[in-house]
Ligand binder design. Structure first.
Ligand code: G3I
Length: 467
C-alpha cells in the first residue's frame, strides 16, 4: 500500500514513508479502487511527479523554507512533485552571510523535507553575480576568486551526496546581441572563473551533476544562447567538468516560448550534456497559457537528454511574478488549465527515457596510502598541445594537516592555470601544496586539485608528502 502510493508520486518505491502510510489508512476504502488501479498501472500518471517518472524524468518545484508550515502548500508539494529547488536558501547571501561563517538552517529545512519525502534536490546556486553578501560585493581580484572557490567548496562539501544537480554558475552571460560574458566582480577575476568553479564543485561533490544555468537562452537563434553553447562545447572539448545545462525558461508576452525551443534543447543535448528546464513559469491564463505549458513539456519529452522540469513556485501567489499568474496552481491551490495541459503532455509525450549517466569520477588510488602519510594519483585529459591534470590526494590511516604533491613535467610542458592548490613553479619538477581550505584531511579521505598546461602532461605517479 505504501509503496503503491510512493510509485504514484513518482518517488522511489523502496522508501518506507510512515506519513504516507498513515494517510492511506485514514483515507481508507474510498481510495482503494484508485490505489489498486495505480498498482496495476491503469491509472498511471495521476500526478506530475508520477507521470514524469514514468518517462524517466523528474518534475520539481522551487520551494521556500518559510512556506513549509503552510498545509496547502505542503500538501501540493508532497502530492505532485518529486524534486525541489530551494528558491533562495542556498544562494551565497543565505549560506555565507559573513565571510567564512556558513548558515545552512533554512536550506537544511528544505533538503530534509525533500529527503524525508523521497524527492531529489537541485542546488541553486554556488556562484552568481547577484545575491552576493556585502562582504563579497566589496571584493575583487585574487581575494574574490579565492573566496568564491572556498564558497563553492564549502557548500558543495556540506551537501555532498544530497544534491542531484548543482547550478554551479548562474547567469554569467550578458543579454542582447553581444554574446559576451556579463560584466561582474567575478568576471573581472579572469575569464576562467567559471571553469574554476566547476572544478571546485566536482572536487567537493563528485556525485552531483554540475550545471550551467541561465535565462534568455531558450531561443536557438539568440546570441546569448549561442554564446553559452560555445562555452559548453569548449568545456567538453577541454575536459572541464560539466554535466548539464539549465534553461530557466521564464516566459511572458515579451519573451514567449520560442518556436525553436526543442531545437535549443536538442542542440545543447548534442554536446553530451543533460538539459534541465530549471525555473519554468509562463505568464498568462486559461487555454493560451495551458497550450504553452503543453508545448514546453512536449519539447522536453522529445529530447532524450532533457531529464527534468522544475516550475519556479507552486501557486501563482508564490511566484516572483505573482501578478502574471504564471504557475500551475491558483492562489487557493486549485489546479489550473495549465496543470491539466502539463499532465496531459507528460502522459502522452515521448517515451524515450533519458540515458542514465553518472558524472565521471577519478578512480581511487590502487595502492593504499601509508599510515600517517598520503598518496596522490593523477588523471589526464590531453589534447594536441595541452592537457588538464586532475590530482586526487588521499590521506592514510591518520589525519594530515597539509600536503605537498610533487610531479615532473616533461620538457616543454608549462603549467598555465592551477586550482585548489598552489604550485612552486611552472615547468620541470613542480610541487603543489594545499590551499587554506583543503589541507586538513581526516583518515582515508580525499580531496582534488588540478592544473592545466601546454605541452604534454606529467607521467608517472606523483609523490605525496604530509606537511
Ligand atoms: O524574505 C525577505 C523579507 O523578510 C523582506 O521583508 C522582503 C523585503 O524586500 O524581502 C524578502 O526577501 C526577498 C526574497 O526574494 C524572498 O521573497 C528578497 O528581497 C528578494 O530579492 C528575493 O527575490 C528572489 C530573487 O531570485 C532574487 O534572489 C526571488 O524570490 C526568487 O524567485 C528569484 O529567483 C531567481 C533565480 O534565483 C535565478 N533566476 C531568476 C529567478 C527569478 O528572478
Amino acid at each position: 500500500m505504501d509503496n503503491t502510493l510512493a510509485r504514484a508520486n513518482g518517488r522511489p518505491v523502496t522508501r518506507w514513508r510512515p506519513r504516507v502510510a498513515l494517510a492511506s489508512v485514514v483515507v481508507g476504502l474510498s481510495v482503494a479502487a484508485t490505489t489498486l488501479a495505480v498498482a496495476s498501472g491503469a491509472a498511471a500518471g495521476t500526478t506530475l511527479g508520477a507521470s514524469a517518472a514514468e518517462k524517466g524524468r523528474y518534475f520539481g518545484a522551487a520551494v521556500a523554507a518559510n512556506k513549509l508550515s503552510d498545509a496547502t502548500y505542503v500538501g501540493i508539494l508532497n502530492r505532485e512533485f518529486n524534486s525541489v529547488t530551494p528558491e533562495n536558501e542556498m544562494k551565497i547571501d543565505a549560506t555565507e552571510p559573513q565571510q567564512g561563517q556558513f548558515t545552512f538552517a533554512n536550506a537544511d529545512r528544505i533538503v530534509n523535507h525533500a529527503r524525508a519525502n523521497g524527492m531529489q534536490v537541485r542546488g541553486h546556486t554556488l556562484a552568481w553575480h547577484s545575491q552576493q553578501p556585502g562582504w563579497m560585493q566589496n571584493m575583487s581580484g585574487s581575494a574574490l576568486r579565492q573566496a568564491m572557490l572556498n564558497h563553492v567548496t564549502q557548500v558543495a562539501t556540506y551537501y555532498r551526496g544530497k544534491i542531484h544537480s548543482w547550478d554551479v554558475v548562474n547567469e554569467a552571460f550578458a543579454d542582447g546581441g553581444s554574446g559576451a560574458r556579463r560584466d561582474s566582480n567575478l568576471q573581472r577575476t579572469g575569464n576562467d572563473w567559471i571553469e574554476a568553479a566547476f572544478r571546485a564543485a566536482r572536487a567537493a561533490d563528485p556525485g552531483a551533476k554540475l550545471c550551467y544555468n541561465d535565462y534568455n537562452t531558450d531561443d536557438w537563434s539568440h546570441a546569448k544562447t549561442q554564446a553559452v553553447y560555445a562555452m559548453v562545447r569548449d568545456f567538453k572539448q577541454r575536459g572541464v567538468p560539466i554535466d548539464c545545462v539549465g534553461l530557466q525558461s521564464h516566459f511572458n508576452a515579451a519573451s514567449p516560448v520560442p518556436g525553436n525551443y526543442q531545437t535549443t534543447l536538442q542542440g545543447f543535448a548534442d554536446l553530451g550534456v543533460d538539459v534541465q528546464i530549471t525555473e519554468l513559469d509562463i505568464e498568462g491564463s486559461g487555454q493560451p497559457q495551458a497550450d504553452n505549458y503543453g508545448r514546453v513539456v512536449r519539447a522536453c519529452l522529445a529530447v532524450a537528454r532533457c531529464t527534468g522540469i522544475t516550475v519556479w513556485g507552486i501557486r501563482d501567489t508564490d511566484s516572483w511574478r505573482a501578478s502574471g499568474t504564471p504557475l500551475l496552481f491558483d492562489g487557493n491551490g486549485n489546479k489550473k488549465p495549465a496543470y491539466s495541459a502539463t499532465l496531459d503532455a507528460l502522459n502522452s509525450g515521448g517515451t524515450t527515457p533519458p540515458p542514465t549517466t553518472a558524472p565521471p569520477s577519478t578512480p581511487p588510488p590502487t595502492t593504499p596510502p601509508p599510515s600517517g602519510g598520503c598518496a596522490a594519483t593523477v588523471s589526464l585529459n590531453s589534447w594536441n598541445g595541452g592537457f588538464v591534470a586532475t590530482v586526487r590526494v588521499t590521506a592514510g590511516s591518520t589525519a594530515i594537516d597539509g600536503w605537498a604533491v610533487a610531479v615532473t613535467l616533461p620538457g616543454g610542458a608549462t603549467v598555465t592555470n592551477t586550482w585548489n592548490a598552489r604550485g612552486s613553479g611552472i615547468s620541470g619538477a613542480v610541487t603543489f601544496r594545499n590551499v587554506e581550505y583543503n589541507g586538513r584531511l581526516s583518515a582515508g579521505t580525499t580531496t582534488e586539485f588540478g592544473f592545466q598546461g601546454t605541452g604534454v602532461g606529467p607521467t608517472g605517479t606523483p609523490t605525496c608528502t604530509p606537511s
